[in-house]
Design a protein around this ligand. Structure first.
Ligand code: FE2
Length: 357
């Protein structure tokens, strides 16, 4: 049995809910394991529940209870359910705030938006690894608001790793929240299109940094925040857009948000399909290293890798072991203990970590 995330608009009668659904006041609307029909789907829409989790392979007679997989285990915890609930509520608030700014010319309420991020951080009460919590939220990255909140949370975690002041942390988190605001101006059919974009569509999407900058120019936000919207697709080696800037010509905050943005895009939509593995993400980043600020990237990848020391992992030949140590020079290839055998992946190019257990 697997869990799949769907937009409520994509849900069909006969599908089975994977989790309890609550309204904004916290009252239960539809309990988990309910088989959906037209009237329940309408009810979900009425309550502005725009994302649901569906159980695939559910058999009413014979319910298999075993939860497999690292992320599914986290997803099944009470803490995660609470985290997800607050996350979804804050996503709705961010959507309203974006629309207020873009459609009604309202000002940006920085304090309220940052409070939203703080609510999510506090909802992670047991201080679980934020990257793991976010990885469990994947599956609907096409929603700009969800992506923006994830990027803001990754930025917040990165600010901590980089030892930033409270002020800079807030500003970077805020910039992460607003970085893609320009996407609100891109036709929705393109933003939510499943599958690959055509060249013409991609060209349109590439307007969003400038559009975001134009929107924020009219708002009461700092220039740092505006420049993140403009420059988060610039690349350190000059291969990005829209300006083709390189190195430190790209602002510091934009260089950090670029990493958080790519991290989120890379991990999105993959967890439930194939079991995203953080070490795979690290190796991926390292192969395109020149595109990012080397200092920020190293800090990011080292901390990400470090959080998985002692984790149970599966190797590409099926062996299961425990991450014993991270190799500083090859962060995606740790030293793994399998029984009493020590396998140094930096010296064994045929093997790699494929799965968290
Ligand atoms: Fe973007």
């Amino acid at each position: 049995m697997t869990i799949k995330r769907l937009l409520t608009s994509e849900v069909e009668p006969g599908m089975v809910l994977a989790n309890d659904i609550y309204d904004s006041a916290g009252a239960l609307i539809v309990p988990k394991e309910t088989r959906l029909d037209k009237s329940i789907i309408e009810k979900l829409e009425k309550y502005s529940i725009f994302i649901v989790k569906i159980l695939e392979g559910y058999d009413d007679e014979n319910v298999p209870r075993e939860i497999v997989g690292y992320y599914e285990k986290i997803s099944a915890t009470k803490e995660f359910e609470e985290f997800e609930h607050v996350f979804n509520q804050e996503t709705l608030k961010l959507r309203n705030a974006f629309n207020g700014v873009v459609d009604k010319g309202k000002d940006v309420d920085k304090a309220a938006l940052l409070q939203g991020v703080d609510n999510i951080l506090k909802a992670n009460r047991n201080n679980n690894n934020m990257m793991d919590m976010l990885n469990c939220m994947r599956g609907y990255d096409d929603l700009t608001y969800v992506h923006c909140i994830s990027v803001a949370l990754v930025c917040n975690v990165m600010a901590g790793w980089l030892g930033m002041s409270k002020n800079d942390t807030d500003e970077l988190t805020f910039a992460g929240l607003l970085h893609d605001i320009g996407k609100v101006k891109i036709p929705k059919q393109i933003i939510t299109k499943p599958g690959k974009l055509t060249d013409a569509e991609y060209k349109i999407v590439k307007h969003h940094p400038r559009l975001g900058y134009e929107i924020l120019k009219k708002c009461n936000v700092s220039n740092d925040v505006r420049l993140v919207a403009l420059m988060h697709h610039e690349r350190y080696d000059g291969t990005g857009y829209p300006l083709g800037y390189s190195g430190e010509k790209i602002t510091k905050f934009a260089r950090i948000v670029a990493i958080a943005d790519v991290y989120d895009a890379m991990t999105a939509n993959r967890v439930y399909r194939e079991g995203m593995c953080p070490f795979e993400v690290i190796e991926h980043f390292q192969s395109g290293m020149k595109m990012y600020d080397p200092g920020f990237l190293y800090q990011f990848l080292e901390h990400t890798a470090q959080t998985y020391v002692s984790n149970k992992v599966q190797l590409s030949d099926g062996q299961v072991g425990k991450v014993a140590m991270i190799n500083k020079s090859e962060l995606g290839r740790p030293i793994v203990l399998v029984g009493d055998k020590v396998i140094d992946l930096s010296k064994n190019s045929k093997l790699r970590v494929v799965k968290m257990m």
